[in-house]
Design a binder for this molecule. Structure first.
Ligand code: RP5
Length: 173
């Protein structure tokens, strides 16, 4: 059996970031989007970051998600080596609790754009990648549409789980 070509590449700055990758992988699996995960650090293994980024598009990758904490240069360095869209996920690590990573990811010099989700926003990174892929892939578009309908249904159902609090009547919406 041949493995499907990965459409999303997920790069972790460290093995310490693996829990975030698992959350992303779970959503991409739900949407049946082939993906791959690796560890490559902008500071500890810069050569690997560079070579992975340079080869990614020709290997079929369509979006790269880069997860990093502290001085999170990873998404920007990847974006410097590829024309693919890069989504950064700043994660909580160390004494500045992710603010350092958020600023490192978003404060890119003009000409080298990187999208960022919020701190620890791995689920949104997966969904943003899915939205990008859905623009050129009908199956992903229909799966993502279903996923969003399901989310809406669950959110509405949660109104019935407000214990004894006074509720807004249904006809208020
Ligand atoms: C960053 O530093 C990594 O992305 C991780 O979030 C953080 C800590 O890494 P380790 O020292 O635990 O490998 O580069």
């Amino acid at each position: 059996m041949t493995a499907k070509t990965s459409l999303v590449g997920i790069v972790l700055g460290s093995r310490s970031d693996v829990e975030h990758a698992k959350k992303i992988s779970a959503i991409l699996n739900e949407l049946d989007i082939p993906h791959e995960v690796t560890v490559a650090s902008a500071h500890r293994t810069p050569g690997d970051v560079s070579s992975y980024s340079l080869k990614a598009m020709d290997r079929g990758i369509r979006v790269i998600i880069a997860i990093a904490g502290l001085s999170a240069a990873l998404p920007g360095v990847i974006a410097a080596h590829t024309i693919l869209p890069v989504i950064g996920v700043p994660v909580v690590s160390g004494s500045l609790a992710g603010l350092d990573a958020l600023l490192s990811i978003t404060q890119m010099p003009p000409g080298v754009p990187v999208a960022s989700v919020g701190i620890n926003g791995s689920r949104n990174a997966a969904l943003l990648a899915a939205r990008m892929i859905s623009q050129s892939d009908e199956k992903t578009l229909s799966r993502l549409t279903e996923w969003l309908k399901n989310q809406e249904k669950k959110t509405k159902a949660s109104r019935d789980e407000l214990e004894d609090l006074p509720k807004v009547p249904a006809d208020a919406f």
